[in-house]
Design a protein around this ligand. Sequence first.
Ligand SMILES: [Zn+2]
Ligand SMILES: [Zn+2]
Length: 233
Amino acid sequence: MLKILFDILFPRKCVGCGKVGSYFCPSCVRDIKQTDLVCPRCEKPSIGGQTHPICKRRFGLDGLWSLGVYQDPLRSAIGQLKYKGIKELAEILTDITIEYWAKYQPFVLDKIKKDRGVGWVVIPVPMHWLRANKRGFNQSNLIGQNLSKKLGLAYSESLKRIRYTKSQTKLKEKQRRQNIKDAFEISIPYTLDSKPSVLLIDDVWTTGSTLKECCWVLKRAGAKQVWALTLAR
Ligand SMILES: [Zn+2]
Ligand SMILES: [Zn+2]
């Protein structure tokens, strides 16, 4: 009853076209432009988003998979999730990710399925508690939780942000790297002993400096492989 009343007072509107009924209508979901899959180090095309063998580094990412290009309607969906607090969008975007994964680029999914998820853990890129308190939630946590539930993988928030960093939005690549340096640590290292493969979650890949820094920390703590997964690139 309350839910019906709530739906009448605050109808769900599509983030793309504004049509009433759902937060992301099927036709706008089809409008999400797929990204070319690239190597996270050189950002040149690569099969399934794997890091080229020549680009591999000991503490570097092993691959990157992004749902789509950072443009509308995907950009507005991420914006409404983050800044308007429409948490339902986290689940919707996770569902779309899994659907696209299965349909178009099953490389990572194949890898995970091959060992039946054993050894894989989903870890979101953390937000500083100050920013998380202000927003009330971390969108990467929500996406990570949904993803782990739906894929039957372990989930852990063992990565912590130990330093408050300026927003990366207005910084150039070099400044971003400096801004994020030494901003993270692992709080529960034992997670990685039993689950050495990490699916690292963030909303947007811009220069990758945050995800690369997180990967460095995870691998130093014993992670064997780290794949980055972002909604947009
Ligand atoms: Zn729409
Ligand atoms: Zn490369």
